[in-house]
Design a protein. Structure first.
Length: 232
């Protein structure tokens, strides 16, 4: 008995179904790859955010201002770069908790003077500036900039090393717990030489619908509900 072969119609139908299946699989793989890329990008953004907040927490926890009114080398000053009465978007302060450069720690080949020239002074008071407006003219990327100078020299407007701490930050504001409520003003150069109990940072990253918030306790603050700041 002669076996029946495939007809042209059947072959065309099989070819069509195979094509549809391949296209469906290709689309599925493409969608899966796209989802994985988005998840990877999100993980990277979240990790950068965590790293940034960890660094900010460390620096703010060590914020320090001397009670000596004649001291011009320690300060805690919030301001708005536009000069308006809006919530401050710039914070400059001195801290005792800036990390030591590990390269300087690991360098056993050079003496203290040479390491000081190579890596800059290590330890002591450091001036920290946080702002969306960089001091350096060549810093054009959008984001939160950090400027550090060790030791602090009393000029809080410039000096030290500046870098982009977190890119794509479009808005930021600083608030300060004075023992009674949240304040949007703080300047130890013209008012009290006390630092707030807490600093609350609210910032917005481009492409994110919800603002992020970080609240940090300042370890060297003496401000409490029983001992609030009466006047800034």
């Amino acid at each position: 008995m002669k076996k029946r072969g495939f007809t042209v119609v059947e072959l065309v139908l099989v070819a069509f179904m195979t094509t549809v299946l391949v296209m469906a699989l290709s689309t599925s793989f493409s969608a899966a790859a796209s989802t994985m890329r988005r998840a990877s990008d999100l993980d990277k953004r979240l990790e950068r955010g965590r790293s940034t907040e960890n660094r900010l927490t460390t620096l703010l926890q060590g914020a320090y201002v001397s009670t000596d009114i004649a001291d011009t080398l320690t300060y805690f000053v919030a301001s708005n770069t536009s000069g308006s009465a809006q919530a401050p978007d710039t914070l400059v302060f001195t801290t005792t908790s800036a990390p030591v450069d590990m390269a300087a720690m690991d360098d056993t080949d050079n003496d203290w003077q040479t390491k000081n020239e190579l890596y800059g002074p290590q330890g002591g008071l450091t001036e920290v500036s946080l702002s969306l407006t960089p001091v350096g003219a060549d810093a054009t990327a959008q984001g939160l900039y950090i400027r550090t100078q060790t030791p602090a020299d009393g000029d809080r407007t410039q000096g030290g090393y500046e870098s982009l701490l977190l890119d794509k930050v479009t808005q930021i504001q600083f608030e300060f717990w004075n023992g009674t409520d949240w304040s949007t003003t703080w300047d130890t150069t013209t008012g009290t030489r006390r630092i707030p109990a807490l600093v609350r940072i609210t910032y917005t990253v481009d492409g994110e619908a919800t603002s992020r918030m970080l609240t940090v306790r300042l370890d060297q603050s003496d401000v409490t509900t029983a001992n609030p700041v009466q006047q800034l």
